[in-house]
Design a protein around this ligand. Structure first.
Ligand SMILES: C[S@@+](CC[C@H](N)C(=O)[O-])C[C@H]1O[C@@H](n2cnc3c(N)ncnc32)[C@H](O)[C@@H]1O
Length: 291
């Protein structure tokens, strides 16, 4: 049996944002990761694709603190409306363009804006795309919109650290072929309703493998955070502790994995409209460790 998306992710993410629960849990970007994004704009160029931008947790401060021009795509219209309203001046001056709809609509509307220097898939966006084939297709489309040598920063949830009860509950559905290995559904309580979402959970190896199969060269793999993201983005103390833990613990203990990758020019050279002429530099985060 072919695995099917088990929930209406667009509708449910709309509700996650509409109820304010997402903003309550994740009011700001992860500062360490944001610093990496800012450095990347300086290193590889300012044409940024924020794929799965949500309500602009990264896009909005990026527009404020750099000269980035951002194309923000998300399946949630509610999230995009929030971002658009907060960043009206950037939409008016053309530095922010928002795209909604499905992957085909994204590709159609993003192609004229390509090539990009930097693509972001921040905080688990990739894990919400149903099926491995779907995630590979998504990554390939992103790769095709990056200039050769363009950079990807993506983060995904660690199966070892997240959703243990849900992983146990998914076993039978995986055996029946309704879900793929690594897939779960989980529920968040917002106001008086339950919001159920689909998620694919990763190991360091499966994350790197997926990126490489889609045409990326992974240059670094590190912890997005070690403590839960909601704590790290809400408390200075937890942020400090998280930084220390991230420096000493192997990446396999991360709450989420953060990969820095380059578009492999040898894999998908024909789709990039032109080279920006920007120098390609080695990214600065900690070296890869896939243990
Ligand atoms: C955990 S949120 C991350 C949002 C934002 N990147 C951040 O760091 O706050 C995941 C986002 O992925 C979006 N999403 C889920 N499936 C998607 C898909 N197939 N294509 C694009 N975005 C998707 C959701 O609507 C949501 O905004």
């Amino acid at each position: 049996m072919k695995p099917t998306p088990p929930v209406d992710i667009t509708h449910n993410y709309d509700e996650y944002y509409r109820t304010g629960l997402y903003k309550h849990r994740y009011p700001t970007p992860n500062e360490e990761v944001f610093a990496l994004v800012v450095r990347s704009v300086e290193e590889v160029g300012n044409r940024v694709l924020d794929f799965g931008c949500g309500n602009g947790r990264y896009a909005a401060p990026l527009l404020d603190h750099t000269d980035a021009r951002v194309i923000g795509y998300d399946i949630s219209r509610v999230a995009l409306d929030d971002l658009g309203a907060r960043c009206r001046e950037y939409r008016d001056n053309g530095r922010l363009v928002l795209i909604d709809g499905d992957l085909d609509n994204f590709t159609r509307e993003a192609e004229p804006q390509a090539p990009f220097d930097l693509a972001l898939l921040m905080f688990g966006v990739l894990g919400h795309v149903p099926t491995r084939a779907g995630r590979l297709e998504t990554l390939r489309r992103v790769a095709s919109l990056l200039r050769p040598g363009g950079r990807l920063i993506a983060s995904v949830p660690n199966a070892r650290r997240r959703f243990h009860a849900e992983q146990a509950a998914s076993r039978e559905r995986i055996e029946r072929g309704e879900l793929e290995p690594g897939d779960i559904t989980y529920t968040r309580q917002a106001e008086d309703q339950e919001i159920t979402l689909y998620y694919h959970l990763y190991t360091p190896e499966s994350f790197v493998e997926e990126l490489e199969e889609a045409g990326f060269l992974v240059t670094a793999l590190e912890a997005e955070s070690v403590l839960p993201e909601s704590g790290v983005v809400s408390s200075l103390l937890l942020r400090g502790i998280d930084r220390l833990l991230g420096a000493v613990l192997p990446v396999r203990f991360a709450y989420g994995f953060l990969a820095v990758a380059e578009r492999d020019a040898a894999v998908a050279p024909e789709r990039a409209p032109h080279d920006s002429g920007q120098p390609v530099t080695t990214p600065s985060p900690v070296p890869a460790e896939a243990g």
